[in-house]
Design a protein. Structure first.
Lengths: 291, 273
């Protein structure tokens, strides 16, 4: 009896955060939404009581804007795929290594790379990937290459940067989930005739699906939203949507258009996130039904 | 305890190689930055021209450090404290109580991590202008940072609380503690590493946060990442590398300290969508 009443009271603990988020997250997002449906007004951010679809029509009628949305999607998808391919083995190694030292070293490395200032990391990549950078400079001086490899100001540079940015967010949620899968299951699989790879594919990989989904969601959403990396490492050939949001607002002073572009970005993100979660929960239910 | 046999057989083949390469890939930019900052030439060149601390000193004397670094430090500390004060109670409510919309609340508090930071900043700026308050002020910037830092507190504390054994707190209650005493004397000592880690992650994330500051900062209220970006946009400046080295040292040393009193690999463990 005591616990029930206590439980109800505990719910009030969520109120400060909820109120804060309503006032400084939900209402601002709706402000942005309202602004996106306002007719353009140079230099003004005040909400007008007139609503129109003009900004969205403009977005979808210009090929460069549509192309930027496509660029965003393709760069984010490619970066997420690379993240998953290289991130899973890293998470696996961290989770399963018998050495506490190796584990601590790798986790600190992953965490540090996530927390080191993005501008600083980009500066590092400019030095490594640039035309006279570490890779090109070394290879040319060693006589292996005669011409410079185009490593930067293209999709390659952008993807390298995006993978560096979002990889830790994919690895970290995976570690805990892989750890929670009992190695005994693998031994059972072996008794049933699976080799190491087959055991991994049939037992561990499916069981770690929740972690994969969480990680993929993070990686995709984070790559999709990045402004700095596509601009500094990707160059204009792969101008992404956030670039045009900035351009509309800061260069042209058209807040309504910028907001509309931002809403397109937001909606694309939300659609992908929801699609993934739905697909996942459906696949999961199907597996449970089969079992 | 004897390890299960499969451990000894290691990983599926190729995993170790991929891990080594990825680790090198992750750390390479930071390493290059540190090397550049100690090189006597303004560019990184191999072999290194010579060891010099001139860029570090130039950085420590510049406005980048005296103004932006201090501002970022203050901002990040305030954001972490704010996120903890709001986030920890919310996480407790999310884990302990069943109420309608609880999953929605958790999704809401984690959502900023999955939305473009610049869009959050832009939305806040538009909101500030329309209510006629907070724009171009420190509190206005701080609010944005608390919002984007919150997910880290929620993820770590919800994770820790979900795997916390409630019997410990119940035992305390059986022994006569009231609900509040039981929480502070039995539960809190067990989960405080996660709370600290959450606060620490919030701090560091806010410290390196570029996107949300993008529309909220002004030239005289410019956090370090923004200032570095402005510097980097116009010229290759080795002071940026020096700033990076200072940041790298701060991040890695605090990681090592945190590692002393908590299991790093458990940080995200209990969290599920």
């Amino acid at each position: 009896m005591i616990r029930v009443s206590r439980e109800k009271k505990t719910a009030f603990l969520a109120i400060p955060a909820l109120v804060f988020f309503i006032f400084f997250f939900i209402v601002p997002i709706f402000t942005l939404l309202a602004l996106a449906f306002n007719p353009k007004a140079l230099g003004s951010i005040a909400i007008q009581p007139v609503f129109t679809l003009d900004n969205f029509k403009l977005f979808f009628s210009f090929p460069i804007y549509r192309q930027s949305l496509f660029n965003s999607l393709w760069l984010a998808s490619a970066a997420t795929a690379v993240c998953l391919l290289v991130g899973y083995p890293v998470a696996y190694t961290i989770a399963r290594t018998p050495s506490k030292r190796v584990q601590a070293f790798l986790v600190i490395l992953v965490f540090s790379s996530m927390q080191i200032d993005l501008t600083v990391r980009i500066f590092g990549y400019l030095t490594i990937l640039g035309d006279n950078g570490l890779i090109n400079g070394t290879l040319i001086r060693a006589g292996i290459l005669s011409r410079r490899l185009p490593l930067m100001y293209n999709s390659f540079g952008a993807i390298v940067g995006l993978v560096n940015l979002s990889l830790p967010f994919l690895i970290l949620p995976l570690i805990g989930i892989i750890e929670s899968i009992s190695p005994d299951l693998l031994n059972v699989a072996r008794l049933l005739g699976c080799n190491r790879w087959k055991g991994f594919l049939k037992v561990e990989l499916p069981l770690s699906l929740p972690g994969i989904i969480t990680g993929v969601l993070f990686a995709f959403a984070i790559s999709m939203s990045s402004y700095l990396i596509p601009v500094l490492l990707g160059g204009w050939g792969s101008a992404v949507l956030p670039v045009y949001v900035y351009q509309q607002i800061s260069n042209q002073g058209l807040w309504q258009r910028g907001s509309a572009f931002a809403v397109v970005l937001l909606l694309t993100n939300l659609i992908v996130v929801f699609a993934l979660i739905r697909y996942y929960s459906r696949a999961y239910t199907r597996r449970l039904m089969a079992a | 305890m004897k390890k299960p046999r499969y451990y000894k057989e290691g990983y599926p083949c190729g995993f170790r190689l991929i891990t080594t390469i990825t680790a090198a890939f992750l750390i390479a930019p930071a390493l290059v930055v540190v090397l550049t900052s100690f090189n006597s030439a303004p560019y990184l060149s191999f072999p290194l021209k010579g060891f010099s601390v001139q860029w570090i000193i130039a950085y420590l004397k510049s406005a980048l450090f005296t103004q932006s670094f201090t501002l970022s430090l203050l901002l990040a500390a305030a954001a972490a404290i704010g996120a903890l004060l709001l986030g920890v109670p919310a996480a407790i409510a999310i884990v302990r109580v069943r109420f309608p919309g609880k999953d929605l609340l958790q999704a809401l508090l984690v959502a900023p991590l999955m939305l473009p930071g610049a869009v959050i900043g832009l939305a806040l700026y538009a909101y500030y202008v329309n209510i006629g308050a907070l724009m171009r002020t420190f509190p206005g910037l701080l609010v944005g940072h608390i919002i984007v830092a919150m997910p880290f507190v929620i993820i770590t504390v919800v994770g820790a609380l979900s795997s916390f054994d409630m019997d410990i707190e119940n035992a305390a209650r059986t022994l006569g503690a009231n609900a509040i005493q039981a929480f502070f004397k039995a539960t809190l000592p067990n989960i405080y590493p996660s709370i600290m880690v959450g606060g620490f992650l919030a701090f560091i994330y806010s410290f390196g946060q570029f996107a949300v500051s993008f529309y909220l900062s002004t030239p005289d209220l410019e956090p370090l990442p923004m200032a570095l970006y402005s510097t980097l946009r116009f010229a290759h400046d080795p002071r940026v590398a020096a700033a990076g080295t200072v940041a790298v040292v701060i991040v890695i040393s605090s990681m090592l300290i945190i590692n002393r009193f908590t299991d790093l690999d458990k940080w995200f463990a209990g969290f599920r969508f």
